[in-house]
Design a protein around this ligand. Structure first.
Ligand SMILES: [Zn+2]
Length: 169
């Protein structure tokens, strides 16, 4: 799956022009799906498109960027990319004998920002912070609420998981 460089200038999708002052974007993946994209030249192509929770245009993912997300989060399954954060910036790439600006997923997992909401554990009262940083506090709280019926910090979630297992044995 390759992306024609002309698609990078499709105004309906995130492009190099979406980056201001060369400042990378930190984006949270909402979902990824294949869809038919109409290029500026009117040509239709099936592309992998990534939607974000942030108020930005969707991004067409090429093979390079999908491989990077796979590497960052150790899963090739697009369903498992939902909720993950990526950092997107501009890189100069060669295309058709030209050097053009292309959007690239950076080789780093963005850290949770200080301004992000931190949920308290309803069992011990500590902040819910995921040591791996792959889920935000809010996401982890939602996840544990679904699984254990209350928002739990990783330590309490581990304890609850063990207790549940003991009850089964
Ligand atoms: Zn706790």
């Amino acid at each position: 799956m390759q992306t024609h460089w002309k698609k990078l200038t499709n105004p309906n999708y995130l492009g190099a022009y979406s980056i201001e002052n060369n400042q990378d974007l930190i984006l949270t993946i909402k979902n990824v799906r294949e869809e038919r994209v109409t290029g500026p030249d009117g040509k239709k192509d099936d592309c992998v498109v990534c939607y974000f929770y942030e108020n930005v245009k969707p991004m067409i993912l090429n093979a390079t960027n999908m491989k990077m997300i796979t590497k960052l989060y150790k899963t090739p399954f697009i369903e498992e990319w939902a909720g993950k954060k990526i950092q997107v910036g501009i890189e100069k790439v060669k295309a058709f004998g030209d050097i053009v600006d292309a959007l690239r997923v950076r080789k780093i997992i963005p850290q949770i920002e200080q301004t992000e909401e931190i949920v308290k554990c309803s069992n011990c009262g500590n902040d819910i912070i995921n040591p791996s940083g792959r889920m935000s506090s809010v996401q982890l709280a939602e996840y544990t609420t679904q699984k254990y019926g209350q928002a739990l910090c990783p330590a309490c979630a581990t304890k609850f998981a063990q207790e549940t297992q003991n009850n089964v044995d």
